[in-house]
Design a protein around this ligand. Structure first.
Ligand code: ASP
Length: 332
């Protein structure tokens, strides 16, 4: 029988109402029981029971370590793995896992928008669909997937786009990989993925990369504070196609090449990032040596940069070539 491991980390899918608010309380076994799976051998593992909004890079690395341990297991090998996770930062954990996943076996993240004690919860169906996807031969070789509300989404480029709607996740770069409907997994597109990077080590946990968004009147204070706090990388979520202003550009010019990697993203939900505008816009940032990244949303770009900087210096030319390989998407 096909064997799937479910690793529980907490999140709304495992949460119940308490006097202190909704918090993660339920374990993997309880979640799997609610999903009512037949014909697939499901084993359960409890890694942590936390809301994903309070996860650190260390928590995320421990998910990566747990996955690696299961994939390496020789006895009773697993055919696929599901991770139940809070939805708030699922996109971060998903991309970190995808960046280092070199095994053809499916790795699927899922969660829920409604708590596990809700009468009309979405968790059991999402988990059942995720287990089916993890067991599906058609999902082999697709990398890390997010299965949510009947959609099969590639980790790369998928974001939480709604705070409460049941179909909370959309692919903002590319498109969905397929669907799960009536217990059948239908794959329609094979996501493009770069070669895997080495798995995170303990250095990853302390690699500070800050995400700084641009807005009218933004100055250099947050950039300066980030660097003073030890940031080795900054994802600049520009306005529009990737713009800042003359004050921020001047500060960035000082930082680039000073062992701080600055990468340009956008605060807009979708679309390419390009150095088009002068007078404080993206063209000036590009001229200052900042690479643009259209292939990952800012939240995921931050994870890539943290992973890479945990093992490499912020040499401007190497950062540019790494971004071109792992975070650019000329076709979008
Ligand atoms: N709203 C979140 C969830 O869906 C809370 C969290 O991220 O843990 O799980």
């Amino acid at each position: 029988m096909t064997r799937v491991a479910v690793i529980a980390t907490g999140g709304t899918i495992a949460s119940t109402a308490t006097r202190g608010g909704v918090v993660a309380t339920r374990n993997a076994e309880a979640l799997v029981e609610s999903a009512r799976i037949n014909d697939i051998d499901v084993e359960t593992h409890d890694l942590m029971t936390v809301g994903s909004y309070r996860m650190t890079l260390g928590h995320i690395r421990s998910v990566s370590d747990a996955v690696a341990g299961l994939l390496q297991r020789r006895q009773d090998p697993v055919d696929g793995i599901v991770i139940t996770h809070g939805t708030d930062t699922m996109e971060e954990t998903a991309i970190l896992l995808d960046l280092v996943h070199g095994d053809p076996r499916p790795l699927v993240l899922t969660g829920a928008q409604r708590a596990s004690d809700a009468t009309d919860g979405d968790g059991p169906r999402n988990l059942a669909d995720a287990i089916l996807a993890a067991a599906a031969p058609d999902c082999r070789g697709l990398g890390v997937l997010i299965v949510f509300a009947g959609r099969v989404l590639p980790a790369r480029g998928t974001r939480k786009v709604h705070t409460t709607a049941l179909d909370a996740f959309h692919s903002v770069v590319g498109g969905k990989a397929g669907d799960v409907s009536d217990g059948t997994v239908l794959i329609r597109a094979v996501p493009r993925r770069p070669a895997p990077l080495p798995r995170p080590t303990a250095r990853f946990d302390g690699t500070r990369v800050d995400l700084i968004e641009m807005y009218p009147g933004a100055d250099a204070a947050l950039l300066t504070a980030a660097v003073a706090a030890g940031a080795r990388g900054i994802v600049l979520a520009g306005t529009g196609i990737g713009n800042a202003n003359p004050v921020v550009v001047a500060a960035v010019r000082e930082l680039v090449g000073d062992d701080v990697a600055v990468v340009l993203s956008t605060r807009v939900a979708q679309g390419p990032v390009e150095g088009v505008y002068g007078d404080g816009g993206g063209a000036d940032l590009v001229a200052a040596g900042v690479p643009t990244a259209s292939g990952l949303p800012a939240s995921q770009l931050r994870m890539l940069l943290a992973l890479w900087l945990s093992e490499n210096r912020a040499d401007a030319a190497r950062v540019r070539s790494m971004i071109a390989t792992y975070a650019d998407n000329k076709e979008e």
